[in-house]
Design a protein around this ligand. Sequence first.
Ligand SMILES: CSCCC(=O)C(=O)COP(=O)(O)O
Ligand SMILES: [Mg+2]
Length: 227
Amino acid sequence: MTIKAILTDIEGTTSAVSFVFDVLFPFAAKHLPDFVRTHAAETAVAAQLQAVRTDSNEPAADVERVIEILLQWIAEDRKATPLKALQGMVWAEGYQAGLLKGHVYPDAVEALKRWHQDGYALYVYSSGSIQAQKLIFGCSEAGDLTPLFSGYFDTTSGGKREAQSYHTIAQAIGLPAEQILFLSDIVEELDAAQQAGMATCGLVRQGGVLAGHSNVVSFALIDVSQF
Ligand SMILES: CSCCC(=O)C(=O)COP(=O)(O)O
Ligand SMILES: [Mg+2]
């Protein structure tokens, strides 16, 4: 079946793992405590702090304890939705202040522009919040790439290793899963998308093999017509 849309992961796929682990996560760990202390009473932040208390099963945790939990989750790379929402808010301040610039591989920039021009609808699916996704592409080293995308999905659509999430996303996009090509560097994510009926392509930028899927080292080698 002809591919009509492309759904892409971010970390390790469009963007360097090192940018996320060595730049974004340390920035969040440094600035999140003061951000939370300053904005704890604001509705959007308070809702996420409450979600941390629920998810951690610590309903009585005060703000300082919630901060401790969040820092622990950052250290563990937990894909918890409230952490991801708060990280997005903290990064927003960093991008606005010019302290952060989103990394997107040049081959990904070139291919995304070409696919958009060729009429493919482009979507993002990342554990990072939708706000964080718009920031990495909107404030990227290659300029504002957000006009290329038709939509964004995060963990509010479900976990990336669960087939149901890809069914949900296909429904939201409004296409049969078979007409969507999913790109990722994580085999469990590719397996889940494949199980849901999507075409898959694994990015192996550092080498290795993502078994059971087409593998490429660069977006430049993805021929969408072959899926
Ligand atoms: C949206 S940039 C920040 C990425 C992030 O927080 C993350 O956890 C990476 O998740 P991905 O699903 O893109 O591997
Ligand atoms: Mg990834």
